[in-house]
Ligand binder design. Structure first.
Ligand SMILES: Cc1cc2nc3c(=O)[nH]c(=O)nc-3n(C[C@H](O)[C@H](O)[C@H](O)COP(=O)(O)OP(=O)(O)OC[C@H]3O[C@@H](n4cnc5c(N)ncnc54)[C@H](O)[C@@H]3O)c2cc1C
Length: 497
């Protein structure tokens, strides 16, 4: 089957019997019509349709090596820097289509799976069958263009104890039975964004597992269809309240649901298991396979698109109310420009300094991407903060579409006009600013960016622990030891590898 259309996506979702609990209801069907999901499903469908637009087809798809059909480029294994750039160009199309607000478009986990499928020798350290399982699963997902989500983190019950010691070890999803046919999983995982609207769920290792025997049941990587019996998604409250694009311009389009994942004795066939046991291997699951590199490459394409959107929005806001000439306002706009150029530079540097990994996959330079993914969670927090500061009370002096078109329209025309915009135009713009920096949708976006790759505090610790600082330490030592008029010339650390 070639890259899917929006209709293919909706038809498959309509046929799914996934168990989804939301607002007190239990659904086992009808997801594409449900008010909490209908509009984000439409959005995802439109993204799939883009793959078939005549002017985008070349950019977004390539010929499958197995079927010869055109399939999504995010499945393509890059062998050259040009192919890596092609992947990013495709990912940027989807990222710009949501202004970077969708974190789980298919390209994110397609990138992960692509890297895992090529890392066969790494999986063979545990079992040759795992390497084969991953490769076959990747091909199946590629050929059906399935939408994947993932769940990695244990429920937040007691972070000071390992999973096996929390509440009798019964909270976190664990393997309770295993035989030649597969495993049975019981317990929960903290979250899966888009779980109810995805086709498949990847249940991958938590970031750090201890290698003790009692931790073995918590060490695994597998994939299940979202409508596997025993699997349940318990959703948070939806931020899409059915309001118009005018009133809730982002929440009415890009409200990706987050859901707790419950495994009620879920049977996973062996061919869908990619790792069982081996906590020490599980801890290197993302970095040793280069999955982290390709996932982060996708994320930086998205965060670039999101930062472009922020710059456009801040520019329109400051022009609208005539505040652009004030020094501190320009300082804030400059901050966003620097952020945009910074994030672009990280992406371009990672591509320019890419190299084949040990499995022959062209892999963007990790140090650049790792710096970007440590930077953005904190950087992003500034954008809504700046918008709130510059929009000020204008973000509350903000009627709805019904007022703009209803009996209050004359007041809107007269009292809400701005330096550059009519009253209705200004309300439309300010509602977008509000949905970016104040609404429930905006709050979730800020939290999402902050925790996108995990806890920034522990990510910083991992960065410090893994970054090769030896050349810099040696350089300073050499300078301390020298009496010369200048520091001695040294090799460029990047060129030296
Ligand atoms: C909107 C949203 C969507 C998400 N979607 C997904 C998804 O699709 N799939 C998925 O797998 N995950 C998802 N997550 C979860 C995300 O991976 C976690 O939020 C992240 O890993 C942090 O874990 P936590 O939220 O459990 O925080 P915790 O680990 O509970 O941390 C809470 C606080 O305690 C501190 N803390 C806790 N333990 C330690 C420690 N050992 N050392 C130092 N400080 C500590 C942290 O710094 C933090 O301030 C999502 C999160 C959000 C907010």
């Amino acid at each position: 089957m070639p890259a899917r259309t929006g209709r293919d996506y909706i038809e498959r979702l309509s046929a799914s019997g996934a168990t989804v609990q939301i607002h007190g209801e239990t659904l086992t069907g009808g997801i594409p019509e449900h008010p909490a999901f209908r509009r984000v499903v439409e959005t995802y469908a439109r993204l799939y349709d883009l793959q078939h637009e005549p002017e985008l087809r070349e950019l977004m798809t390539y010929r499958s090596p197995s079927s010869g059909e055109r399939v999504g480029i995010s499945f393509m294994v890059p062998r050259t820097v040009e192919e890596l750039v092609k992947r990013r160009e495709m990912m940027s199309v989807w990222a710009r289509a949501s202004n970077g607000m969708l974190g789980r478009t298919g390209d994110y986990l397609n990138s992960c799976l692509m890297a895992l499928s090529e890392a066969g020798p790494w999986f063979e350290q545990a079992d040759a069958a795992f390497a084969e399982n991953v490769r076959r699963y990747y091909e199946m997902v590629r050929e059906h263009d399935l939408l994947l989500t993932h769940t990695l983190v244990p429920p937040q019950s007691n972070r000071s104890a390992p999973p096996s010691e929390q509440l009798g070890g019964e909270v976190m999803a664990r393997i309770v039975a295993e035989d030649d046919n597969g495993i049975v999983v019981r317990g929960a995982r903290l979250l899966a964004t888009i779980g109810p609207t995805a086709d498949e769920l990847l249940v991958f290792p938590s970031t750090v597992l201890r290698g003790r025997p009692e931790d073995a049941p918590y060490s695994y990587a597998f994939a299940v269809s979202c409508d596997t019996p025993g699997l349940r998604f318990l959703c948070r409250e939806s931020a899409d309240h059915g309001r118009s694009h005018f009133d809730h311009p982002l929440a009415s389009r890009f409200e990706e649901m987050d859901a707790i994942v419950v495994f009620d004795d879920v049977r996973v066939p062996f061919e869908r298991c990619f790792m069982l046991g081996h906590p020490e291997l599980c801890n290197g699951f993302y970095t040793e396979t280069s999955a982290a590199h390709h996932m982060t490459h996708q994320v930086t394409a998205r965060t670039t698109a999101k930062t472009e959107f922020m710059l456009g929005l801040i520019t329109l806001l400051t022009e609208a109310i005539g505040i652009e000439q004030f020094g501190h306002v320009q300082e804030n706009v400059a901050e966003v420009i620097v952020a945009l150029e910074g994030i672009r530079a990280f992406v371009r540097a990672a591509e320019a300094d890419a190299a084949p990994n040990r499995y022959g996959v062209m892999t963007p330079r990790w140090e650049s991407l790792n710096a970007a993914r440590n930077w953005y969670p904190k950087l992003y927090q500034r954008f809504p903060e700046i918008l709130r500061k510059l929009g000020a009370a204008g973000l509350m002096a903000l009627p709805t579409e019904a007022d703009v078109t209803g009996p209050a329209h004359l007041d809107v025309e007269r009292y809400l006009q701005s330096a550059t915009l009519s009253g209705p135009e200004r309300v439309r713009l300010f509602r977008l600013v509000w949905d970016t920096c104040i609404s429930a949708f905006a709050g979730r976006q800020a939290l999402y960016e902050y925790y996108f790759f995990g806890d920034p505090v522990r990510m910083a610790a991992a960065l410090v622990g893994s970054y090769d600082r030896a050349p810099y330490r040696e350089r300073v030592r050499a300078f301390l030891a020298s009496d010369g008029p200048i520091a001695e010339p040294v090799a460029d650390p990047i060129a030296a590898g």
